[in-house]
Design a protein around this ligand. Structure first.
Ligand SMILES: O=C(O)CCC(=O)C(=O)O
Length: 314
């Protein structure tokens, strides 16, 4: 079943905070002032000249549908200006594998092993062009991530643990989201879904995915998509595209893994619960197999009863 994402126009911070944020549902926000980037960054020449030649690590793939689980792409490094030039064109004079290869930048921090991405740190020459809406307290800010890709690039379906404003600056983007309530239909491998082709999922391999509710919309330049933590999302760049997303913390600091730099490491209580479960399952191995199965089902029933009592996420 497909639902269209709600589009809400010209709202200010108080409407977002009081009426939209508490619902914890994705929504497209149109007409919010994000600064001059929408006009300025439309020009590839402006972006390359201002952005300069700092090396950036990018994903390069012969096919536009990028697959993180089977890694059908390679990581390469290019100067930022060269990368933007290539991402903005359909065919490349210089290339790594094929002249129609796709490029994707997910900007990293200064030290990619330790630091979070922050557009003000890595791209200060461009950062002043974009204004982030004041929709959350500054001390809850986590990271701001430059995302630039070739036309047609599709990013695998995944969830993040932070709340997210995906600010679309250049080009149109199709976004598809699935509620956390559909987690058991997503065929997860960590934070990523194994269902690569969300438009034509293999019914033999992924029968339950067909029952997931799909929430779909098109982002136009200047739109912002609010993606609440744990909502699965998949994007297709309908054009060469430039976006910045801002992650922030909805929960207390202590519930996030302090080693997380991407905003996708599971919450600390869940990681602890998983370790405890591993120990519980190991303990059951003291019994013969058919007893393990019996008590395993009792554990599942307990978890189901407990989770159902808490109500379903949106
Ligand atoms: O628009 C993109 O490139 C991907 C967005 C995304 O995955 C995110 O903001 O978490």
């Amino acid at each position: 079943m497909t639902f269209l994402l709600d589009v809400v126009s010209n709202i200010d911070a108080s409407v977002f905070i009081e009426h939209i944020y508490p619902k914890r549902r994705p929504v497209i926000l149109r007409g919010v002032d994000i600064g001059q980037c929408v006009d300025k960054w439309r020009s590839v020449n402006y972006l390359t000249t201002k952005g300069g030649g700092m090396p950036v690590k990018i994903h390069v793939s012969a096919t536009p549908q990028m697959d993180f689980i089977n890694k059908n792409f390679t990581y390469k490094s290019l100067p930022f200006d060269k990368f933007v030039q290539r991402a903005s064109e359909d065919e490349h004079e210089e290339f790594f594998e094929t002249k129609t290869e796709s490029y994707y930048l997910r900007a990293l921090g200064d030290d990619p092993r330790k630091d979070k991405a922050d557009i003000h740190q890595q791209f200060p020459q461009l950062a002043d062009d974009i204004q982030f809406p004041k929709f959350f307290p500054p001390d809850k800010f986590f990271s701001s991530v430059f995302r630039i890709a070739s036309k047609g690039t599709q990013l695998w379906t995944h969830y993040d643990v932070m709340d997210n404003l995906l600010i679309q600056v250049v080009g149109r983007k199709r976004v598809i989201l699935y509620s956390p309530a559909d987690v058991d239909k997503m065929y997860l491998n960590g934070d990523k879904s194994e269902v690569l082709d969300v438009d034509n999922p293999d019914p033999e391999r992924f029968p339950k995915f067909l029952e997931a509710h799909r929430h779909e919309g098109i982002l136009e330049p200047g739109d912002i998509l609010f993606i609440p933590a744990l909502w699965f999302h998949n994007v297709i760049y309908k054009d060469y595209g430039v976006a910045v997303n801002v992650f922030w913390k909805h929960l207390n600091d202590s519930q996030y893994d302090h080693r997380d730099i991407y905003g996708n490491k599971d919450h600390v209580p869940f990681s602890r619960a998983q370790q405890i479960l591993d120990r519980a399952l190991k303990t059951l191995e003291e019994l013969p197999e058919e007893y393990q199965s019996f008590y395993g089902h009792r554990l599942i029933s307990r978890i189901e009863r407990k989770v159902l009592q808490k109500g379903k996420p949106p």
